[in-house]
Design a protein around this ligand. Structure first.
Ligand code: ZN
Length: 382
């Protein structure tokens, strides 16, 4: 159901995007462009070829690719889409594989982004195994950076269908595609952390001056990818710590970049929800301790130091601190050496505390004289 909703949403997004691009194109080129139908230049063979790609007609596509060496595999339909894009859009894995065997195939990057956005994992794998991705730089560079070289990431002649800063791994993280994120991370694709908002380096100054809107959007898109549960859980050695720190960083940014306050705030809450979700999944004390304290088996932190909890208090992550599993753990530590006291009524607890308070000078003296005696140790725990 969720998949269907997303699919409908993405298709609507793509259509709106196309409308916007066409409006811009018409505005730039005048009404005469409307009458220059691109599909009119298609030969009958090419039309048959594109139809076969749309409908996933494997035998026809295979036969045409084998028997017609002069066939232009990059011919486009009336919407400016080539056979590869049409086959991927309609989830035809076999046709996609046949096309990927051809040389000089264009827009492979766009086909990859489309497959990621639709969650077609097998097609993503097929495209990533193409020789074009032997150069891992293809996965690291954003379409905006690659665009100057070729039409690898282009949707049509106007460039990429997504924002120019969207790399495959950022898109996979936005779509919460765990498997795709995992595949891309194995290929050393990473999301670059945006520079500081006040950064005055050459790149930031250039983008700020050239197109400040795109610059701000690219920062948001990168943070959206970094704050994705799929990316945090798979890319970081310590996802809990990474989520807590990112949550705080985003909360700070929400107060600095006020025009995007809502976006940053939402992402900050998303990071906190990720950690709270992990607490929800805990089944025993060891797992709760692992979240609050790090991996005790690996001796990252001394047991009971709860460094992450202290961090959460510092960052004011109330939802995380108030979580029942977290509170339960704190209570068990509070009563660790006085397990019987927890079951007593409030009156008894009050009397014990009062007794200790009144007898404190005597107990202190006793502890000073005989620090290892039974009474002293008991009082120390109190
Ligand atoms: Zn910079």
């Amino acid at each position: 159901m969720f998949w269907m909703f997303r699919w409908i949403n993405e298709d609507r997004h793509t259509m709106l995007r196309q409308t916007m691009v066409k409006t811009r194109r018409l505005g730039m080129r005048g009404p005469a462009y409307m009458f220059s139908a691109r599909s009119a230049s298609l030969s009958l063979t090419e039309e048959r070829f594109l139809d076969a790609a749309v409908y996933g007609n494997i035998p026809v596509v295979r036969k045409m690719l084998e028997e017609l060496p002069e066939l232009n595999v990059n011919c486009v339909d009336y919407m400016g889409q080539n056979a590869l894009q049409l086959a991927v859009a309609n989830e035809h894995l076999e046709v996609t594989e046949l096309l990927l065997n051809k040389d000089n195939l264009a827009r492979i990057g766009d086909a990859l982004l489309l497959a990621i956005s639709k969650g077609y994992i097998r097609i993503v794998e097929a495209i990533l195994s193409h020789r074009a991705f032997a150069d891992t730089q293809r996965l690291v560079n954003s379409p905006g950076q690659a665009e100057t070289q070729d039409d690898f990431f282009s949707y049509d002649e106007d460039g990429t269908r997504f924002s120019h800063d969207i790399t495959p791994i950022i898109l996979a993280s936005h779509c919460h595609e765990y498997e795709v994120v995992h595949i891309l991370l194995r290929k050393d694709a990473r999301i670059e952390r945006p520079h500081d908002h006040l950064c005055k380096c050459g790149t930031c100054s250039y983008h700020q001056k050239h197109d400040s809107f795109s610059h701000s959007r690219s920062r948001i898109n990168a943070y959206k990818g970094l704050a994705s549960p799929a990316y945090m859980s798979l890319s970081s050695k310590d996802p809990v710590m990474a989520a807590l720190e990112l949550s705080n960083e985003l909360a700070v940014l929400a107060n600095i970049e006020k025009e995007f306050k809502k976006d940053y705030k939402k992402l900050s809450v998303q990071c906190e929800d990720f950690v709270v979700g992990l607490l929800d999944l805990c089944r025993n004390t060891e797992e709760v301790e692992a979240i609050l304290n790090g991996d005790v088996d690996e001796n990252y932190e001394p047991r009971g130091s709860f460094i992450r909890l202290k961090l959460a208090i510092k960052y004011e992550l109330k939802k995380f601190i108030a979580h029942p599993n977290c509170q339960q753990q704190l209570m068990s530590i509070w009563y660790e050496n006085l397990s019987g006291l927890r079951q007593q009524t409030n009156v008894v607890k009050f009397l014990i505390v009062l007794g200790v308070a009144v007898g404190l000078p005597v107990l202190a003296l006793l502890y000073w004289v005989a620090p290892t005696s039974k009474v002293s140790l008991h009082c120390f725990y109190l």
